[in-house]
Each structure stands twice: as C-alpha cells, then as structure tokens.
Design a protein around this ligand. Structure first.
Ligand code: GRF
Length: 238
C-alpha cells in the first residue's frame, strides 16, 4: 500500500546509472520505497535529468560554495530532506565525504553503493586497483553508512570474475551491471525492515545464497577430474 512506503532520497553527483536502476525498481507497485527526492551537490549532474524524466522531485545543494564547511553544507541538505519528509537515504555516486554528525543522525537509515567487494579497495579507482592487485574476483557492495569512508556494515555484495583481457572499463562495466542488480534489492530490504542495523551489524531476513563461486573454474582446469575437488554441496537452509 502506497502509504506504507518509505520515502527515500537518492543523493548523486554524476551520471546516475544506479539512480536509474532504483527508478526502474521503484516503478513496481509492490516496491517498499518511494523515490521522493533526488538531491545533487552539482547542478550539472546528468542524473538530475533522469530523475526529472521520471517525474521525481529534484533539488540541488551545491557543495562548492560551502568550501570546507561541510557541516553547513549538510545543514542545507538536511533542510531539503526534512521538507521532503525523507526517512531513508541512498547514496548513489555521491562524491562528498559526510561528517560524523550527519552520518550519526542517519545511522541505519543511509545506504551506499561501492564498486568493490569491501573491505577490499575502499576509496577511489577501485577497478584499476583490482587489476593491479591481480585479484580473480571483484565486485560491489551495498552497506549502511558509518563515519569511516566505505567501512559500514554490509547488506549485499556481488562478485564478478576478473578476466585476463580486462581493462579498467571492461571490468567497470561488468561490476556496474551487478551494482544495478544489488542496489534495488538492498534498498528494498532496508525499506521493508528485512535488512536492519543492530548493534553495528546487519541483520538480514532474506534468503542467502549457498555454494561458492570460483574463478578460474575448477571444473575447467584441464586436470583429470579425480584431481579436482568437487564444490561443496549447499546445506539445506544455509
Ligand atoms: C558507481 O560505480 C558507484 O558504485 C560509485 O559511484 C558510481 C556511481 O555511478 N559509488 P552512477 O552515477 O550510479 O552511474
């Protein structure tokens, strides 16, 4: 029922492809969140057009004029959030570090998407760093926001293989496709109460995947099959 939907603000700074995925998901009548505001700290963020085209109210609070006064910038944002009756924030490519005061005020009610499997590769340039590190799996994380940058308790993660021919943009595209899958799901869980922050950890009331994902695939190793251990069989209920 519409009156039970959590009112969500999506905070952006740029192109807004994750915003687009959230908009698509929120069109479903049973989606437990309503995108009630898209707020950008840059007037030139392409995501604002995406929001406007979907009929979602938008606001711009330029961060630049506030300089280093982050608290004043956040007070201006908070005023817009209050006006719109927002109960949950989804950061989606929002490129400002938030103060501890703002983060604490929204504890358990603010989500972020990050393009790596945290705690690996917090910060910027995650795909280049994953390639440089030579990892075989990379991916993305949705987490509740805590004062440490990219440190908050994890709600959902997706893993993708890193392939030998990958460059940064190929890997980024593979990860982004997964961002667009897990963020709408994680936001729905947070909005419905299926994902809750309790004593600094996420309590989930959703089905969990069993089994494992490996890259390279053991079954394609070229070794005689008797030399390759079978993957574990998921336990019922796990
Ligand atoms: C995404 O990769 C997200 O994980 C990161 O910033 C990027 C935003 O992309 N936090 P978009 O604006 O959603 O397209």
């Amino acid at each position: 029922m519409a009156e039970l939907k959590r009112r969500v603000a999506v905070l952006i700074s740029g192109r807004g492809s994750n915003l687009g995925a959230l908009i698509e998901a929120a069109r479903h009548p049973d989606y437990p969140a309503e995108l009630a505001l898209v707020l950008s700290n840059r007037a030139d963020a392409a995501g604002l057009e995406r929001a406007g085209a979907a009929g979602i109210p938008t606001a711009v609070v330029e961060s630049r004029p506030f300089g280093k006064d982050r608290a004043a910038f956040e007070a201006a944002m908070q005023a817009r959030l209050d006006e719109a009756g927002i109960g949950l924030i989804a950061l989606a490519g929002f490129m400002r570090v938030l103060t501890e005061g703002f983060v604490s005020a929204w504890s358990g009610r603010m989500l972020n998407i990050h393009p790596s499997i945290l705690p690996a590769f917090p910060g910027l340039d995650t795909h280049a760093r994953a390639l440089a590190a030579g990892v075989r799996l990379h991916g993305c994380t949705v987490h509740f926001v805590t004062p440490g940058v990219d440190e908050g308790p994890v709600i959902a993660q997706a893993a993708v293989p890193v392939l030998p021919e990958d460059d940064e943009s190929a890997l980024a595209a593979r990860v982004l496709a997964q961002e667009h899958r897990i963020y709408p799901a994680a936001l729905a869980w947070a909005a419905s109460g299926a994902a809750r922050l309790v004593d600094g950890r996420v309590v989930l009331n959703v089905p969990m995947a069993g089994g494992a994902f490996a890259n390279p695939l053991p079954g394609h190793s070229g070794l005689p099959t008797e030399m390759v251990p079978s993957p574990p069989v998921p336990r019922a209920g796990s």
